[in-house]
Design a protein around this ligand. Structure first.
Ligand code: ACO
Ligand code: PYR
Length: 539
């Protein structure tokens, strides 16, 4: 016999309270679609009336299988629930469910609201009763509940009872300031249930201010709550909310949860998790967290030689779950921590087959380790690693040679007297017996200078003669610079991510004392890799 555990997503409300996050209503609609695909039960779409984006979103909210929920606060004192304009705007969204936040900590009732404890109880009861009378499923977010309970358990419980007896379907215990630790959350939830509020009417909403939001949520589930609130990728106010991206696979794949609980997430939904998590980061225009549990690019990356060697024999040796189950993939990167097992696996993935006893393997390994000592990093630059290996194996094709390049950056005033910068690059390449010179400036459509690396990239890609058609769809999509210790000196490492129209994305690395020179090395590698990948024959 399993209990149903309900998943309540607040990415579009608490997630939007993340510093630097501002969804458009179209983005909210897309995220709601992804959440529906994942299989959550409730989607909290925002606070209608609080800002135009949220109002717009609800005005044309997507149809979802999950229950669309509007968020708001309990009515203010001195007016009826029917006459509270903030509550009215929330109700006007017409959602089947409404979640209202209300105070449960006497300190907040007195300090933040400036009303009596009784008035607050009346506000909770009247607001919840108003939702229920309007035919809505009512949820009550018990704000600061854990701090309130520690301070005055009787009053905190009376707030929960006020909501429950007025008809709230769910009473959600919030650790609003995120300072409560898992054992205390578990104990208080047990006491709340013992005080007569059943677990199947209780939810949990944790913040990550001590890095324990997921652990606190699990503690509450073990103590008996049957609804969990969280966000994709752990977005949320301050340090974020409990991450559903971590909680969902944990609940579905780990004991005791998988044996005692059911959720609305199917195996297919779970398999979409990595893609959904990364798409959210794309919408937010931020780099996905590599070390994110389950979905991060490093979550199944086996860098150390001992790990890679065992993984190739049996992946269970160093993996707690199968990566494909959450839509992620195993990688065995190359680095100075690698042995021949990493090396052969990485080469095989790139279609470069090398016999086990080939002496080139040891040479490649030594070269990788000594170049990493100089500042290179191949675990994040697989394409440069492949080129290095091909060269060492004597299989690298010679497409072109760089004769020289030059970059200038000039700051001047334009005809209107405005200060502008202009970057210009000249690149001379030799293809067979032919010498070709390309010049490029780095201006985008708005006439903004995009910098010397962009100018170099454009000049390189401007005219590569017989290879031009293969590099026309290449784009520089990311650029990362790091000052690092190479040998005895500080050097600059540049990693460039490139993409093409066929959906390939690859990373190359360059190292130099000079940032432009390091970038140039990575740019040239990016083009060479693309020509190899396209199976081009040297002219
Ligand atoms: C714990 C949480 O994360 S809850 C979610 C919080 N989310 C947000 O605040 C984002 C959206 N909020 C907003 O856009 C605005 O705060 C609005 C539109 C809701 C209100 O704006 P304003 O009317 O300008 O009020 P303001 O934001 O300055 O202050 C909040 C008011 O709500 C009152 N309030 C706070 N919580 C509650 C509550 N649970 N019930 C009733 N009133 C409350 C405060 O006492 C304060 O009233 P006051 O101005 O009389 O002192
Ligand atoms: C409701 C909410 O977001 C909180 O208490 O943290």
């Amino acid at each position: 016999m399993t209990d149903r555990l309900y998943l309540y997503d607040t990415t579009l409300r608490d997630g939007q309270q993340t510093q630097g996050v501002q969804f458009s209503s179209a983005e909210k609609a897309e995220i709601a679609g992804m959440l529906d695909q994942l299989g959550v039960d409730y989607i909290e779409g925002g606070w209608p009336g609080a800002n135009p984006t949220d109002s717009d979103f609800f005005a044309s909210a997507p149809t979802t299988r999950a229950t669309m929920t509007a968020f708001g606060m309990t009515k203010r004192a001195g007016r009826s629930a029917e006459n509270d304009d903030v509550l009215a705007a929330v109700m006007d969204a017409g959602t089947p469910a409404v979640c209202l936040v209300g105070k449960t900590h006497p300190f907040h009732v007195r300090e933040a609201l400036g009303i009596t404890l009784d008035e607050n109880l009346q506000n909770i009861s009247a607001s919840v009763a108003h939702l229920v009378a309007s035919g809505r499923e009512a949820l009550f977010d018990a704000e600061h509940f854990f701090d309130g309970y520690a301070d005055d358990p009787d009053y905190a419980l009376s707030c929960l009872r006020a909501a429950l007896t007025s008809g709230a379907r769910w009473i959600v215990l919030c650790d609003t300031n995120g300072g409560t630790l898992p054992a205390k959350v578990g104990r208080i939830v047990q006491e709340v249930i013992a005080a007569g509020i059943p677990g199947d009417r209780l939810g949990i909403h944790c913040h990550d201010d001590t890095g324990n939001a997921v652990a606190c949520t699990l503690a509450a589930v073990e103590a008996g709550v049957r609804q969990i609130q969280g966000t994709l990728n752990g977005l949320g106010e301050r340090c974020g909310n409990a991450s559903l991206t971590t909680l969902i696979p944990t609940l579905l794949l780990k004991e005791p949860y998988r044996s005692i609980l059911r959720t609305g997430v199917s195996g297919e939904g779970l398999g979409a998790l990595t893609r959904i998590s990364r798409r959210l980061d794309e919408i937010l225009n931020r780099a996905p967290l590599r070390a994110a549990p389950y979905v991060g690019a490093s979550a199944f990356a086996h860098k150390a030689g001992l790990h890679a060697s065992a993984i190739l024999k049996n992946p269970a040796t160093y993996e707690h779950v199968e990566p494909a189950v959450v839509g992620n993939a195993r990688i065995i990167p190359m680095s100075n921590q690698a042995g021949q097992s990493n090396l052969r696996a990485r080469l095989a993935e790139a279609g470069i087959i090398v016999e086990r006893d080939d002496p080139a393997l040891a040479r490649i390994l030594d070269l990788v380790k000594s170049r990493e000592d100089d500042g290179y990093a191949y675990d994040g630059a697989q394409a440069s690693f492949e080129l290095l290996a091909l060269t060492e194996l004597g299989r690298m094709k010679k497409f072109f040679e760089i004769d020289r390049y030059r970059v200038t950056v000039e700051r001047r005033k334009n005809a209107l007297g405005r200060r502008i910068t202009v970057s210009e690059a000249v690149v001379v390449v030799r293809i067979g017996d032919e010498r070709m010179l390309s010049v490029s400036e780095s201006m985008d459509e708005e006439g903004q200078d995009r910098g010397p690396v962009n100018a170099l990239s454009r000049a390189l890609a401007k005219d590569l003669g017989p290879y031009q058609s293969h590099i026309e769809d290449m784009q520089l999509v990311d650029f990362r610079v790091r000052i690092t210790a190479g040998g005895t000196d500080a050097v600059t490492r540049v990693i460039i991510d490139s993409a093409d129209g066929q959906g390939n994305r690859w990373s190359t690395v360059g190292v130099s004392h000079n940032i432009v020179d390091a970038s140039f090395e990575a740019l040239v590698d990016a083009i060479r890799w693309k020509l190899i990948r396209d199976g081009v024959t040297p002219a």
